[in-house]
Design a protein. Structure first.
Length: 149
């Protein structure tokens, strides 16, 4: 009974702010944002190719798109092809670009779309139909512990 009264008194005093709060497992430094505010902006783009068009898409990137991206200040981070779980999965290309800022990204893409070399490459590569039917885009910021920022 004496322990119960002591515990009740402790809880009442703690609730009134007379005792410092019990520390949890996270320090104040750990609770700050883990997003690096000085990080570049990264964009992960996923292209879903029309049937039979994935090799044409790879050729367009390899022979034209990459050089035009670089020309307009986009940083090529990497390109990947996801493993298919079944034959019914679409042919997909995933790539990541880096930019100094979101504003720089907007300008780079406008300049890219307006580039006569891109317009010619696009026109030539789509003579027999569009290469992709869907594009997904995700913007990302590096964490403070990321090896790439």
């Amino acid at each position: 009974m004496k322990i119960l009264k002591s515990m009740t008194l402790f809880l009442a005093l703690a609730g009134a702010g007379l005792f410092p709060a019990v520390a949890d497992d996270h320090t104040a430094a750990e609770k700050k944002s883990s997003i690096d505010p000085h990080s570049r902006v990264f964009e992960m783009r996923t292209y879903y190719a029309n049937p039979g068009k994935i090799e044409d898409l790879h050729a367009r990137f390899r022979n034209h798109t990459n050089a035009i991206f670089v020309k307009h200040g986009m940083t090529l981070i990497g390109y990947w092809v996801p493993e298919k779980k079944s034959e019914d999965d679409p042919d997909t290309l995933v790539y990541i670009l880096g930019y100094p800022s979101k504003e720089a990204r907007q300008k780079a893409w406008k300049d890219f779309r307006d580039d006569p070399d891109w317009q010619a490459a696009y026109k030539k590569s789509t003579e027999n139909g569009r290469l992709i039917y869907k594009v997904d885009s995700v913007f990302m910021h590096a964490t403070d512990y990321s090896p790439i920022r």
